[in-house]
Design a binder for this molecule. Structure first.
Ligand code: MF3
Ligand code: CO
Ligand code: CO
Length: 266
């Protein structure tokens, strides 16, 4: 249960890994169109990571205890899929929303980030869910500063989501990250202010809320990885990797085409 504090040398490597992960999302953006299969997106991202960036796709063969090895290099979670969707021959169609989650290993350190993409034109409801989830992630991030508590992050996210009648997925959370893909602490996306551990400068973790338009309950598919909403409602997720600083935070997973921090309007 010990959260490791990164050294300045490690932080520099995490900045590079974070930027590279975000650049994979920049690279894949123009390919996310009706008719493309998620396998094609996987192959494009894989080749970009391995051949262009010289990074390692962390999901490929990732096998935490109790899991079969993840068979692909990226996660693609469509519509009611919450997270850990496995790329397949299935083609994206107009109106789908898809989360693409990228984790690279660069010089031994991980960068982890995901965005939502609209395939063609989204429905008004789908767009609202994606925008609210983006704002929820940022409201959580905005709580981060040395001395604040983990519960401050989760509380900000939960308040926003539940305030409009959406729900927060409880089974998956943000996580410390560094030499390991997943390490302490667990960053849950719900909770009470001033609870949980206190943040310290040099901690690095992800904030990656999964918000369902319907109820919070999840279903796990027999493929051993994909999780969907139980009520078949739409789900959205965004993810950044964040460094805690004395005065606040530094978002490590930024790049030229990363969406800007939103104006808060929910
Ligand atoms: N990138 C995911 C996260 O944000 C984890 C994916 S694990 C995988 O924590 F094996 F499904 F790739
Ligand atoms: Co993550
Ligand atoms: Co991720």
């Amino acid at each position: 249960m010990k959260v490791n504090i990164k050294t300045p040398q490690e932080i520099e490597k995490m900045r590079i890994a974070g930027r590279l992960a975000s650049e994979v999302l920049d690279y894949i953006t123009p390919f996310v169109k009706p008719g493309v299969s998620t396998n094609e997106l996987n192959t494009l991202c894989h080749n970009y990571m391995v051949d262009v960036q010289k990074t390692i796709p962390a999901p490929l063969n990732y096998a935490p205890p109790g899991h079969t090895p993840f068979p692909k290099s990226i996660c693609t979670s469509i519509n009611k899929q919450i997270c850990h969707g496995i790329p397949s021959e299935k083609k994206l169609k107009n109106g789908d929303i898809v989360n693409i989650d990228i984790t690279v290993i660069s010089d031994g350190y991980h960068g982890d980030t995901s965005r939502m993409f609209y395939v063609g034109e989204p429905s008004i409801q789908a767009k609202r869910l994606c925008e609210l989830t983006y704002e929820a992630m940022w409201r959580g991030i905005d709580e981060i500063k040395a001395g604040k508590h983990l519960g401050d992050i989760g509380n900000a996210i939960q308040k926003l989501a539940e305030g409009v009648g959406y729900s927060v997925v409880k089974e998956f959370c943000g996580h410390g990250i560094g030499k390991n893909f997943h390490e302490e602490p667990q960053v849950v996306h719900y909770g009470r202010r001033r609870t949980g551990i206190q943040l310290e400068a040099g901690m690095i973790f992800t904030v990656e809320p999964m918000i369902n338009a319907g109820k919070a309950a999840i279903r796990s598919l027999p493929d051993g990885w994909t999780t969907t909403t139980k009520d078949n409602s739409l789900s959205a997720q965004w993810e950044h990797t964040i460094l805690v600083t004395e005065d606040g935070y530094e978002v490590l997973t930024l790049s030229a085409a990363a969406p800007a921090k939103p104006k808060y309007h929910f």
